[in-house]
Design a protein around this ligand. Sequence first.
Ligand code: IMP
Ligand code: MG
Length: 174
Amino acid sequence: MTERIEVLLTEEDVDKRIREIGEQISRDYADKQIHLVCVLKGGSFFMCELAKRITVPVSLDFMSVSSYGGDTKSSGVVKIVKDLDESIENKNVLVIEDIVDSGRTLSYLLEMLKSRGPADVKLCTLLDKPERRVVDVKVDYTGFQIPDEFVVGYGLDYDQKYRNLPYIGVVKFD
Ligand code: IMP
Ligand code: MG
């Protein structure tokens, strides 16, 4: 079986949309400071590009959770692999994710973050696959809603590969 990548969203599509979300976030958080919480590893490419487009003061932190193994199905198990370095108490937390699929990871993560006394917790995801939702999650900012296909690039991997693609592609197996 060979893998092939079909372009779904070009680099230009993604860059343009990130600029738009950055502008929207900057307006929504006018006069506030945002604490961006990046969900590693997938959210890192999106967070860097988005942070550059936000015009209000920003601080950053990272956490890593595992919900997937080496294949394309959710295990349903969410484990904190790396916790945040700093407290989020009284901060306006904006969680940055690559993709919301079943919603299991985010629903767990958002509840956990809300229990730590932040001023506010919102969610921003580059991609959303609404058809796949198993657990309800409120998404505040979405880059693109996409069909139920396994995608890679811009931080998203298949078996740890393809994160560095500057566009979003669908993995096809021939
Ligand atoms: P959820 O808990 O099912 O919503 O899964 C969320 C996580 O699964 C994402 O943060 C990704 O790491 C991974 N994931 C879900 N769909 C895809 C995909 O199409 N490509 C790559 N990773 C995916
Ligand atoms: Mg992820």
